[in-house]
Design a protein around this ligand. Structure first.
Ligand code: SF4
Ligand code: SF4
Length: 219
């Protein structure tokens, strides 16, 4: 069977290193392979093909293999799958300062996880919301710092603005009062609250900022 030396495009690099420069992939001891197809079915990167003529697994896309991983060798029932020593990977990690690159990626991933955690918390709170009012507003929203004013008002109250969408033709233009913006949000309140009073106050803040409410509906 043909061995394809080039990895699939999504596996072309490992932390910036061309994948073909890293000699990490499985080889199969044909004598030991009993053709159970476990490796063929389990590998999510299509490293293996199955040769029906010889009834054995074959490594046809070696450079698709995940660097440093050896799962298929662990699960092969006859120990037919072999990998090079892990030191090869450690040497490349040192030479290319991979750990430093990983720190940056880890930071970004942690920030994303934190964002998702907060988002999940907010969505859980929203499920408990007893009141949602959708607003659409236009006017000089950024220049008048409308969002800051609303946030200041809501600080100690069981209110939040969620699902906020702000459309501006240009942030500089809007800041200098040259162009109005368009803002949509849902005012969400939890628990027993004086909702009537809160929305009146929110309306007042919007109007005092010179902005116009163009839509206000319970959702
Ligand atoms: S898991 Fe092992 S025995 Fe089974 S097909 Fe793959 S190499 Fe052969
Ligand atoms: S180590 Fe993982 S990615 Fe590499 S060939 Fe085995 S199962 Fe596939």
């Amino acid at each position: 069977m043909e061995v394809i030396k080039k990895p699939d495009p999504k596996f072309a690099y490992w932390h910036g290193i061309p994948r073909e420069e890293i000699p990490w992939y499985p080889t199969i001891d044909e004598e030991k392979c009993i053709g159970c197809k476990l490796c063929f079915v389990s590998c999510g990167r299509n490293v293996f093909s199955f040769d029906n003529e010889i009834h054995k697994a074959v490594v046809t896309k070696p450079y698709n293999c995940m660097v440093g991983c050896s799962t298929c060798a662990t699960i092969c029932p006859t120990g037919a799958i072999l990998f090079p020593p892990k030191e090869i990977v450690h040497k490349i990690e040192k030479e290319h300062r991979v750990i430093g690159k990983i720190q940056k990626k880890a930071k970004a991933k942690m920030a994303k996880q934190e964002y998702e955690r907060v988002r999940a918390e907010v969505l859980a709170e929203l499920e408990k919301a007893t009141f949602n009012m959708k607003y659409a507003i236009t006017g000089h929203i950024l220049e008048r710092k409308l969002l800051n004013k609303l946030l200041e008002y809501m600080k100690d109250k069981p209110l939040d603005l969620v699902d906020i969408k702000l459309h501006t033709p240009s942030i500089k233009g809007c800041w200098n009062e040259k162009a109005p913006s368009y803002l949509e949000f849902v005012l969400s309140a939890t628990g027993e609250s004086d909702l009537e009073g809160y929305t009146k106050e929110i309306d007042k803040i919007i109007e005092e900022s010179g902005c116009v409410i163009i839509e206000k509906n319970k959702v």
